[in-house]
Design a protein around this ligand. Structure first.
Ligand code: P1T
Length: 385
């Protein structure tokens, strides 16, 4: 996005459709072309039009990086081949010996990356309850380099006061990365709350159609952005131009999709809260939900993810997950179609036996944008014993 567009102060929905997406200078094409060329001509050694080699930079990737950075209210955006590739690059900002404070509920793959890949290389980690700020301050390890949090978390949907955590971390010389995959920039912009890095699995709501795997980092600070741009190129976990195009196209409709996701999630919550099979409903809008106050303060709405525990233990949870017709039993989330899963045996199996282990009677729903009535009817029939 040009400086001029930024100065116009466009709203989220307008940025989604126009940031980074001026008509193509060569042809006037309204949609940014998928630029497949791996290399770019130089008129003299080192003289070129901004691109040399597609791992280092690619016009389709630039369009998408500009668009998503604008949506996150960040000055810099970096795209990666997956959410985990983006996470891996965040870890490369640390020096050996620096500790990661990881919120005690997070995606199983994030836990695996930190505890099984980076920890053995000399990057220690501690799981912490980020909702208890007094305890966080009292037990703060001096070697902390990074606080890693999701809000809402995967899969318990706990929300944390991002602004307060950033103040605590920054006063102690640590950075904060917020995984904003569940909220999306439409509902919450962590950079505006003080986060150093906002992280996405673009595979989810940004892409929005279950047809692309991608990752994203949004950063405001020039120095952090430079360091990440260096490792993005040096380690090379970049997305293809076609994948960049799919994320760019998906994110154009993020706002309207999120409105419907939230509306449909509320209809599902209404069913669940009064259902005899259900033990507890986890949704940030519920007044007794962990972090409801933080969510109300920092989010525009409460999102499209709903989790719940059931009476009858793991067997009942597994039975329900396999009994829906419209909700597809599958990993992943954040797309137009509704999904159901059993986190304990699926997305969070790698956290078994750790402080991040999830209850075995937990079911997670990614509520899609189908008709709410059809979704409620499908889940209601699956809940019948
Ligand atoms: O799958 P990938 O694009 O590499 O992103 C990893 C990731 C990062 N952060 C969060 C909050 C996530 O939920 C994920 C991926 N999660 C799933 C596949 C899932 O079903 O929960």
């Amino acid at each position: 996005m040009g400086e001029e567009q930024q100065q116009l102060g466009w709203a989220f929905e307008t940025l989604a459709i126009h940031a980074g997406q001026e008509p193509d200078a060569a042809s006037g094409a309204v949609v940014p072309p998928i630029s497949l060329s791996t290399t770019f001509a130089q008129s003299e050694v080192g003289v070129h039009k901004g691109y040399e080699y597609s791992r280092s930079g690619n016009p389709t990737r630039t369009a998408m990086e500009t668009q998503i950075a604008a949506l996150e209210a960040a000055r810099h955006g970096l795209a990666f081949a997956s959410g985990l590739a983006a996470e891996d690059n965040v870890m490369r900002l640390l020096q050996q010996g620096q500790r990661v404070l990881l919120g005690n509920d997070a995606y199983g793959g994030t836990f695996r990356l930190i505890s099984k890949v980076w920890s053995p290389l000399g990057f220690p980690w501690t799981a912490v309850d980020l909702s208890d700020l007094d305890r966080l301050v009292a037990n703060w390890p001096d070697d902390t380099g990074l606080v890693w949090l999701e809000s809402p978390t995967n899969p318990l949907l706990t929300c944390f006061d991002i602004e307060a955590i950033c103040e605590i971390a920054h006063a102690r010389g640590a950075m904060v990365v917020v995984d904003n995959t569940f909220a999306t920039p439409y509902l919450q912009q962590p950079i505006t709350l003080g986060a150093d890095i906002t992280l996405h699995s673009a595979t989810k709501y940004l892409g929005g159609h279950s047809d692309v795997v991608g990752g994203f980092l949004a950063v405001d600070d020039d120095e952090i952005a430079d360091r990440l741009r260096f490792t993005q190129n040096a380690a090379g976990a970049v997305p293809s131009p076609f994948d960049c195009y799919l994320v760019l196209r998906g994110a154009k409709t993020l706002g309207v999709r999120m409105d419907r996701h939230c509306e449909n999630a509320r209809a599902i919550v209404d069913l669940l809260v009064s259902h005899p099979t259900v033990e507890r409903v986890l949704y940030p809008q519920l007044p007794d939900h962990p972090g409801h106050a933080a969510a109300a303060k920092q989010m525009r709405d409460y999102g499209g993810m709903v989790s719940f525990t059931v009476k009858g233990g793991e067997a009942a949870a597994r039975r329900i997950a396999a009994a829906t017709e419209l909700f597809t039993l599958a990993e992943s989330l954040g797309a137009v179609e509704s999904l159901i899963e059993h986190p304990g045996a699926m997305t969070h199996a790698s956290a078994a036996g750790s402080p991040l282990e999830v209850p075995d009677n937990l079911v997670r729903l990614s509520v899609g944008i189908e008709h709410a009535g059809d979704l409620v009817a499908d889940l209601a029939q699956a809940l019948e014993p």
